[in-house]
Structures are given as C-alpha cells and as structure tokens.
Write a protein that binds this ligand. Structure first.
Ligand SMILES: Nc1ncnc2c1ncn2[C@@H]1O[C@H](COP(=O)(O)OP(=O)(O)OP(=O)(O)O)[C@@H](O)[C@H]1O
Ligand SMILES: Cc1cn([C@H]2C[C@H](O)[C@@H](COP(=O)(O)O)O2)c(=O)[nH]c1=O
Length: 959
C-alpha cells in the first residue's frame, strides 16, 4: 500500500481551514490551498497566463524564423538567411527572452516590487491585468509585422519577445505580492492541537507545478491552433502565409481569459513577502563551515544530475523548431515535438514513484539520466518524423523520472529544516543551466550547420540541430556514469540483476485494512538508537491519550522469542541466508497476526522496533539475497501490511558501533562493509517511497531525533479520543473566546461608533458654527464692501462735481481772460492806431520840417550862389503820396563825391531808433515799415517781456 492509498487521517469535525491542518503530505497541502476560493482564482489566472506565455514564446520563435527567412529587396536576410542564419535568429530570440527574464527577475525585482507594494503607486491587480492585456495586444499584432514592416519584422518580433518576457516577470512579482495574503487563515487561537502546515512551501510548489504543466498544454494548443490554421489556409491564402498567426491569437486568448479571472478577483491588503530573486541560493548552502554535501555526500552529484537532465530537455525544446524544419515539418510538427518532450517530462514526474519501486532510487536516477541521453541521441539521429516523436516522448518520460527521483534523493540528503535552502539551491542551479543551454543549443546548431555523412549505404543528412541533439545526448551519458559511480548504494550487486529483479518483482503491495489504528515502524542499523526513540515516541503518543502498543522484531511473541534466540545467537553462525530470511519472515508473520493487526483493529498506535525493511536491508542489501524476493516473502508473511510511517534512523555504522553496551550478537558481529550495505539498503527503500518515510540523522542527540519524528507524526497521527475532546473543548473555548472577543469587539465598535457619531455631531455643530461665523463675516465683508463702494461712488461723484465746478471756473476764467485779452488787444490796436497816427503825424511834421529846412538850406545855398555861381538845384517835390525822399543833386566843391549826399538817417542820428518795435503780426507790411514808427520814436527800442531786445536788436520791423 502506498502512502496515497492509506486511509486519510481526516477528522470530520474539522472545518475547511482544518483541511490544510490535516494535510500530511505536500499533495494534500496543495489541494487544501486550492480550496481557498480567491487563491484558486489566482492560481487559475496564473495557470492560464502561464499557458499563454509558453504558447507566446513558441509562436514568437516561429515568427522569428519566418522573419529571418524574409529577403529584403536588394538586401540580405537577417544573419544571411540559410540554415545557419535561421539558427542564429532562433538563438538571438531565445537570448532576448532570457535577457528580459534576467532583467525583470534580478535587476528590476526590487524596484518593481516596491512599485507593487501596498504602499506603492501601482495597484497589484490592475498591474497584473495590464501586463496580461499588453501581452494579448502584442500577440494580436505580432503576426502582422511581416506584412507591415517586412524588412524590419525580425526586430519587432525581438521587441515583442522582450516586452512579453518583462511583462511575465512583473506579473509574477504582482502574484507573489498578493498570494501570501490569500493563504488560509490560521484556526482560532487554541483550536489547533497540531502544528500548522507550511502553506508558503505548498504555495511555492503549486506555482512550480503549474509552470511545468503549462508548457505541454501550450504545445498542445499550438498543435490544435496550427491544424485549424491549415484548414483555414485551404480557403484563405493569408493563413498559409501566416501559419503561426492562429496560435498567436490563441495565446492572446489565454491572456484575455486570465484577465477575465483576475477582474473578479478580490485581493485583500497585507504586506507581501520579500521578493525572491530566481538566482537566490545559487551557492550551495553550507552546513557549519563547509558547503553542505548532504547526509551521504551526494548533494553535488545529485544537483549536477538534475540540472543536466533539465538543461538537456530545454536544449531539445530550443532546437525543436530547427530540427522539425530539417525533417520537413511545420508548426504542427514543432508543437508535437515540444508536446512529446515536455508532456513526457510531466508524465515521467507523475509516474516516477511507481516505476520499479524495488530498484534502488540512486540506480534509477542514473539509469534514467542515461536513458534520457540515449533518447536525445535517437531523436537527433532518426529521420522519420513519427519515430522522432515517439522517441522524444520516451525521452521526456525518462527525464521526468530522473528529475523526480533526483529531487527525492536530494530531499533525503538533508534534514527537514535544511530542505528549503537546498531546494532553492537546486532550482537556481537548474535555472542557470537551462538558460545557458537554451542559447547554447541553437548556437551550436548554427555553428555546425547542415551536413551530409555517407558511409556506404549509411547516410546521415541532417541539420545542425540534429547533430546538437546527438551531442547533448552523448554528454548526458558521462553525467549518468558519474552519478552512478559516486552515489551507488548497491555496490557489488550487478545493475542488470537488480534491474531484472525490480522488473519481475516490483509492484505495490495490496492494500490491507488496518482498522482505525496507526502503524509506525522505527528502522535503522544496530545501535542507531531505535529502542531509545521507540520509548520516547511511545511516551509522547501516550501523552496524547492514545493506546500505544510498543513491540519489536524479532521476538515480540513467544514463538518470536525462540526465533530471536536462534537468529541472534552467535552459535547459529552456519545458518543459510535463505533460512535466515525465512526465520525473520516467520517471526514477522506471527508478530503481525498476534500483535500488530489486533492492536491496529482496536485503534491503537503500534510502534514497532524494526519491521520488513530490516529484512530487505539486512538479508537483501547486506546478504546476497534478492531484495525483491525478500520483500516478496515479507509481503506474504504480513499480508501486505505496510506501516503508515517508517522512521529511519540513519547513522554511520562506525558511530553506531561506539554505542554498543553489550557483546555484539550474530548480526552485529558482521563486518563494517555489511553494515554499510545495510545502511544503503535502508536509504534506498526510503528514497523509493519518500512520503512513507522520515529519514532522521541519528547522529544527533536523542532529543533532536525525537523532535524531528514528533514533528512529522504531529501532522499524520489520528487524533486520540482525548485529543478530539481536547480539541473540541479547545474549539469551544476558542469559539467562546472568539464570541467574547466578537462581543467585546462589537461593544468596542458600538462605543467607537457612538463616539464617532458624537464626534461627527460635534464636528457638524462646529462646522455649522464655523459656517455661520463665515457667513456673518462674509455678510459683514459684503456690507463693508458695499459701504466702501458707496463711499467710493460718493467720493467719485464729489470729485466729479468739484472737477466740473473747477472746469467751469477754469472755463469762465479763461473766457474772462480771453475777453480781457481781446479787450487788451483791441485797446492796444486802438492805441497803436492812435500812436501810429500820431507818429505819422510827427513824421509828416518832421518831413515837412526837414523839407522846410532843406528848402531853407537850398534857399540859403541859392542865396549864396547868387553871390557866386550857384548851381540850380531842382527842388524836391513834396509829394505826400511819394514817400521817396527827393534826391539832392550832386554838388561840386569839396563835398563833391561820387556818393549821393545822404539824408540824415533818423535812426542813425537817434540811437533810440535801434530798438525799433517789431511790426505786429496782424500789421500789413507797408513802405513805411523801414521808417521808424512813431511808437519807436516815442517808446524807444522794444524789449521783450523779460527785458531782452528783439532779435533784430530793435533795428526795425523788417527781417
Ligand atoms: N542519539 C543518540 N546519541 C547517542 N547515544 C544514543 C543515542 N540514541 C541512543 N543512544 C545510546 O546508544 C545505545 C544504543 O541505543 P539503542 O538501544 O536505543 O539502540 P538500538 O538501535 O535499539 O540498538 P539495537 O539495534 O542494538 O537494538 C544506548 O546506550 C543509548 O543510550
Ligand atoms: C527484524 C530483522 C532483524 N534483523 C537483525 C538486525 C539486528 O542485528 C537483529 C535484531 O537485533 P535488535 O537488537 O533487536 O535490533 O536482527 C535482521 O537481520 N532481519 C530482520 O528482518
């Protein structure tokens, strides 16, 4: 009976939350998580998105090949086209995806996680929806680049690969931010009587598993979409030119489906866990000062084997598109090849526990590694597509078994508390190996290129991908050899014999009813501390209120006592190995029939010091008997009764021997090598069925060993009557406490609400008062403003009135001044006219007098001339109309001169004439202007108001 077939230890009294509590295996813990509705929805969104992401990558690789084959007008295709160019194009496409993953997963992890933290600016749900939407949009557009920008389509495809890779990382950070808050709530304080399972570990495994399963599902979707596309291509040419388009739209559809799930997801708040880099744990964890090599020193080799098998499968997937093209296939064949490889791996992982259970797990690991290598070699070598697919599927299954077995063996190498770190280390190493191989494989194919090898009838006409597959396959063989050589736990036993026996004798024992009891076997070498632990555990289980039956082999029954004496007596040295095995089986048959089964049927907890595994380890591994045969005898003797849990105390025979307090019995006296084989035999059994075993380092102090066993049993043991009662009471107490707290909380809330209402009322009153105060202030402000405006208006009116009055006065004054000025001017004009008349009068008078004087002078001259020769001078005509002065004829004598005798110039004679008044503007120019006016004569030279003389210096009016 396997662990899965054993009766579930479920208490119907427990609620949904306690389902997880009852989970005694990882599988149950995972299932328990999926019963949380919101977590299930998140998982559905993640799984759907993962399928979309895997399908997108397959499609984008196909599109990059299509774009790389495009020959631009007058140019060269990307990387020169041909086989090598296409292989390089695939290499770069995969490298871009890895770069995006590396950037998003390592470098941007902190900043992105900060943005998506509850206190960050980005909403986690909407970010996840956004990244899904972005990817869907990119995939809808991706097949069209080849139409829109044929010459640069390859670059756009690379960009699409990069952005979708980054989006996937951001999505994962968002998911890791929200998921922890969705984990089942712990039961009310005091309601649990057992430790809680590690939900975080179960969650991590859930994501991991859905990631693995998504790839074959995506490959199947690629096959289906490509088939539909082929059908459509018979009607629509576009689909024959765009063979990957339909799959691209299907991938977009997966993202749309993920969005539809996410949209309805209700996410609680809560701080996310620290974001973990995918490369965290790359360095091997240390145990003390040195790196941890594990219980048997096998950790480095096991990690190497696991990483190698994962990298080999990834290499095959990365080469798939090239290999399929070399075989003449298209997207359908590519999808089928990826499906065969990755679906095979998923199937292998599932099958692994049931595969050859009688075979040493270490040998199985090495064997499946070698089979994977051979399978890859065959996949590369064979040219028939159908056979290639079949070989690839078988290779995948072998790889899956190897991967699962490697993980189980690694788990066994470390104590439970060290396993998380070891698992992180393994995953980091696998990621690095996978990343490197994803690029290295197509690059190698590009470097090798297509070749044709002919040896007579034997012809190999393959592309570089086929040769690379063969190389990868061959490289796995030495890895398998190293794993077997360094970790074999069946040294001295031919592998072939082991294998034949495992094939013949394998198979699960028939399930057997065990009543409601629980069966624990404590196994280990002599001196490992079994009796000590059996007692400690019995006491602890009894303390829980169970009926405990402590028993042992050989010798738990009267018949058994006699058999024990025979078996352990050093005097029985000559007994044959077969007889020895049968005697132990006889003891066991009696033991089961008369002690164990009745106790289990009563519902007791049976703890047996040794059981069937001792026979398989001592008589099988230790002696030269077939372990399968020994197991078969035991199965027959016990009627197939298998313990619910076997606690294997693992310690080196040397350490155990130091603990012997009595003279060694017949078997204890066997040499060290015998005990080494026994130890390896025990470990091999544990590796074959890890769920049913707890391997504890028995080199620790006894209390630590008991604690490790108790921890595991705590999750598996059924509840005793007392525990059920205690739990019921604890549950009631917790409920009572919860009710009391709820009541307190309700009262507190009510009080808070009342206080809040009062506070709100007070606030409302204060607000109203404040508003009233503001309103009044506003009113006052408004009134003051109105008064101010009225005052302003009045002031302005007053000013206007005053200004008008002043204006009026100014105008009146101006008018008066104007009138006075006119009056003054008029008077001045009159005065001037009068003065002018007077001056004219005086001038005439003067002229007349001058003429009279001249006349008199003439007369005098004539009178004198009468006395001498007088020259007759014509008398000037005194013509008042003629202002021209009469010319005096030129005389003779001393006065004789060329010059006309000048009349005395009135101005010259009178310096006052210098300041002759300027002719007023209004005065007309007259011939008398050059004659000093009477005013000039009378008033003297005119001066300006400021005392200056006129510009002409008062020289007359003419200018
Ligand atoms: N973890 C331990 N560390 C050191 N000493 C231990 C430990 N467990 C038990 N011992 C001691 O080792 C001796 C052997 O222990 P025990 O009888 O429990 O071993 P055992 O596996 O039942 O041996 P055997 O197979 O011979 O019956 C005892 O003296 C015990 O006190
Ligand atoms: C059940 C069983 C036991 N043995 C060996 C292992 C031990 O050397 C002795 C039992 O001694 P212990 O002090 O009780 O541990 O018997 C074995 O060889 N095969 C078995 O099936």
């Amino acid at each position: 009976m396997t662990r899965a077939e054993q009766p579930e230890v479920v208490d119907p009294a427990r609620g949904a939350t306690d389902e997880a509590l009852a989970a005694d295996s990882r599988e149950r813990a995972r299932r328990a998580l999926l019963q949380v509705p919101e977590l299930r929805r998140l998982w559905e969104a993640q799984f759907t998105g993962r399928i979309g992401d895997a399908l997108a990558l397959l499609v984008l690789v196909l599109l990059s090949v299509q774009a790389a084959l495009h020959v631009p007008v007058g140019g060269e295709p990307v990387f020169g086209g041909e086989y090598r160019g296409v292989a390089l194009a695939v290499t770069v496409a995969l490298a871009v995806r890895l770069l995006a993953t590396l950037l998003g997963g390592v470098l941007l992890l902190g900043p992105v996680a900060g943005l998506l933290a509850p206190s960050g600016p980005l909403d986690r749900r909407w970010t996840m929806i956004g990244t899904d939407g972005l990817r869907a949009a990119l995939l809808i557009v991706a097949p069209l680049w080849i139409d829109w920008v044929p010459d640069s389509a390859y670059v756009y495809i690379l960009l699409t690969i990069f952005v979708t890779g980054l989006a996937e990382r951001v999505w994962t950070v968002g998911r890791d931010g929200v998921a922890p808050a969705l984990l089942p709530a712990p039961p009310p304080e005091g309601a649990a009587v057992r430790p809680l399972p590690d939900h975080h570990d179960a969650l991590r495994r859930l994501w991991l598993r859905s990631g693995y399963i998504a790839v074959p599902v995506a490959a199947a979707a690629l096959v289906a979409a490509s088939l539909i596309s082929n059908v459509l291509a018979t009607r629509l040419d576009w689909f024959s030119d765009h063979q990957a388009a339909m799959a691209s739209y299907v991938a977009a559809g997966f993202f749309a489906a993920a969005i539809s799930v996410l949209y309805f997801l209700r996410l609680p708040g809560g701080e996310p866990r620290r974001p973990v880099s995918p490369l965290e744990g790359l360095r091997r964890p240390s145990a003390g000062t040195a790196p941890d090599k594990g219980r048997t020193g096998a950790i480095p080799v096991l990690v190497l084997g696991c990483a190698a098998v994962a990298a080999a499968i990834v290499a095959a997937v990365a080469l798939g598109v090239l290999h399929v093209a070399g075989l003449g296939g298209g997207p359908v064949a590519y999808g089928l090849l990826v499906l065969a490889l990755t679906g095979g791996v998923a199937g292998g992982i599932r099958l692994a526990p049931a595969v050859l259970p009688a075979l040493s797990r270490r040998r199985l690991f090495a064997l499946t590694l070698a089979l994977t290598g051979l399978g890859l070699f065959g996949t590369g070598l064979i040219s028939d597509p159908a056979t290639v697919l079949f070989t690839a599927a078988a290779t995948g299954i072998a790889a899956g078994i190897a991967a699962h077995t490697g993980h189980v063996l690694l788990d066994q190498e470390a104590e439970e508390f060290r396993r998380p770190r070891l698992t992180r280390h393994l995953h980091a190493v696998v990621r690095v190996a996978v990343a490197l191989m994803a690029m290295a494989a197509p690059l190698t194919a590009a470097l090798i290129g297509p070749h044709r090898v002919e040896r007579g009838d034997f012809v190999i006409d393959h592309g570089g991908a086929a040769f690379t597959l063969m190389i990868v396959g061959v490289l796995l063989l030495p890895v398998a050899a190293v794993v077997l050589g360094r970790t074999d736990d069946r040294r001295g036993v031919p592998l072939r014999r082991d294998l034949v026996e495992a094939v013949r004798g394998g198979g699960e024992p028939d399930p057997v009813a065990t009543g409601s009891g629980f069966f624990i076997a404590v196994e280990g070498g002599d001196g490992a501390g079994k009796s000590t632990q059996v007692e400690a555990l019995a006491e602890w289980v009894r303390g829980k209120g169970h009926e405990v039956v402590v028993t042992r082999e050989p010798g738990a029954t009267p018949v058994g006592q006699r058999l024990r004496t025979i078996l352990l007596d050093v005097a029985s040295g000559g007994v044959s190995h077969q007889a020895e095995a049968l005697l132990y089986a006889a003891d066991r048959a009696e033991h089961v029939a008369s002690v164990i089964r009745p106790a289990l049927e009563r519902g007791a907890i049976v703890i047996s010091d040794r059981y069937t595994d001792s026979s398989v380890a001592y008589q099988g591994a230790g002696r030269d008997l077939s372990a399968t045969e020994v197991a078969r005898i035991s199965r027959w003797a016990t009627g197939g009764l298998v313990p619910h849990l076997t606690v294997l105390l693992d310690v080196s025979p040397e350490t155990a021997r130091e603990r012997f307090t009595e003279a060694p019995d017949r078997l204890e006296s066997e040499p060290n090598e015998f005990h080494q084989r026994v130890r390896a035999g025990f470990l091999a059994l544990a590796a074959a069925d890890p769920a049913r075993y707890l391997v504890v380092d028995a080199g620790q102090d006894p209390e630590s060993v008991t604690t490790a066993a108790r921890h595991r049993l705590d999750q598996m043991l059924p509840l005793s009557e007392a525990e059920i009662r205690a739990q019921e009471e604890a549950r009631k107490r917790a409920e009572e406490e919860a009710r009391r707290r709820a009541e307190e909380e309700r009262r507190r809330k009510e009080e808070e609400e009342r206080l809040e209402r009062e506070r709100q009322a007070e606030l409302a009153r204060l607000r109203a008062e404040e508003e009233e105060r503001k309103r009044r202030e506003e009113e006052e402000r408004r009134r003051a403003e109105e008064a101010r405006q009225a005052e302003e208006a009045r002031r302005r009116a007053e000013e206007a009135r005053r200004a008008a009055e002043e204006e009026r006065r100014r105008r009146e004054a101006e008018e008066r001044l104007r009138r006075e000025e006119e009056e003054r001017l008029r008077r001045e004009a009159e005065e001037e006219a009068r003065l002018r008349a007077q001056a004219e009068e005086r001038r005439r008078e003067k002229q007349r007098k001058a003429e009279e004087a001249l006349l008199r002078a003439e007369q005098a001259r004539l009178a004198a001339a009468d006395n001498t020769d007088t020259v007759q001078v014509p008398l000037p005509v005194n013509n008042p109309d003629n202002e021209q002065t009469a010319i005096i004829p030129r005389g003779e004598g001393p006065e004789t001169s060329e010059d006309t005798r000048q009349l005395p110039q009135p101005g010259r004679e009178d310096p006052a004439a210098e300041g002759r008044r300027a002719r007023p503007q209004w005065a007309e120019e007259t011939p008398l202007d050059d004659v000093p006016t009477l005013a000039d004569e009378l008033l003297g030279p005119r001066r300006d108001a400021d005392g200056d003389e006129g510009e002409d210096g008062g020289q007359g009016r003419r200018r």
